[in-house]
Design a protein around this ligand. Structure first.
Ligand code: SF4
Length: 62
């Protein structure tokens, strides 16, 4: 499953990076998925990060 971040919603809180630093990072003040980790959407920690993102900016699909 794919994971991505909607940068129109993200405000760069960094919560996702704190929770799953192996998948998320912050670039130019916004959350981002690390290159090569876009397929990590099925990971339980990634799902939890999506649920707890304060702006609901993390998308999991596929
Ligand atoms: S937790 Fe949500 S709002 Fe915060 S940096 Fe990550 S995607 Fe952006």
């Amino acid at each position: 499953m794919k994971v991505s971040i909607d940068q129109d919603l993200c405000y760069g809180s960094g919560d996702c990076v704190y929770r799953v630093p192996s998948v998320f990072t912050v670039v130019d003040g916004f959350g981002a998925v690390l290159p090569g980790r876009e397929d990590a959407g099925a990971d339980a920690l990634v799902r939890e990060a999506a649920e707890k993102c304060p702006s609901q900016a993390i998308r999991i699909e596929g």
